[in-house]
Design a protein around this ligand. Structure first.
Ligand code: HEC
Length: 130
């Protein structure tokens, strides 16, 4: 019986430690501020417009939960641009490509996952009406 408690506490601690991304404690204003700083710092703005224009890559405003046709291993798929999709697009741009932009390449990122989380929330916040 005692052993079970130890196990449950251990699992709870594990769960808490997995969930400590700093973005969870940020309000929208902080996300917009830090997000725009990262967006500039990593040169995302060179290729991505936030006003709906196509630059080198697709515009990123309003893409949250949009249906996107992607190319994965040569096959077409329709996916919904949820948090998971956005994060994967940022951290592993080669996993799947936006069909419409299949001939252009996004550079592979080398920044911490926590910053990718902020960028994801930033992209989502941009699409929300105030
Ligand atoms: C050199 C140009 C370039 C830079 C710099 C760049 N990207 Fe991209 N990005 C692209 C291209 C091209 C695509 C579409 C092709 C693909 O999916 O690989 C893309 C796709 C994306 C997508 C998926 C969009 C969609 O419509 O599904 C996201 C999200 C994204 N980029 C975010 C970022 C963020 C955040 C940064 C900065 C950390 C960044 N990109 C930097 C060129 C770039």
């Amino acid at each position: 019986m005692k052993k079970n408690y130890v196990l449950i506490i251990y699992l709870l601690l594990l769960l808490i430690s997995c969930n400590k991304s700093p973005v969870k404690n940020m309000d929208k204003q902080e996300i917009l501020k830090q997000g725009s700083q990262l967006f500039a710092k990593y040169g995302c703005a060179v290729c991505h417009s936030l006003e709906g224009k196509k630059v080198y890559g697709p515009p990123l405003n309003g893409i949250y939960m949009k249906e996107i046709t992607v190319l994965r291993k040569g096959k077409e798929f329709k996916v919904v641009a949820d948090r998971k999709y956005l994060k994967k697009s940022i951290l592993q741009p080669r996993f799947e490509k936006v069909l419409e932009f299949k001939n252009t390449e996004m550079p592979i990122a080398t920044f911490p996952e926590e910053e990718a989380d902020i960028l994801v929330e930033y992209i989502i916040a941009l699409g929300e009406k105030n």
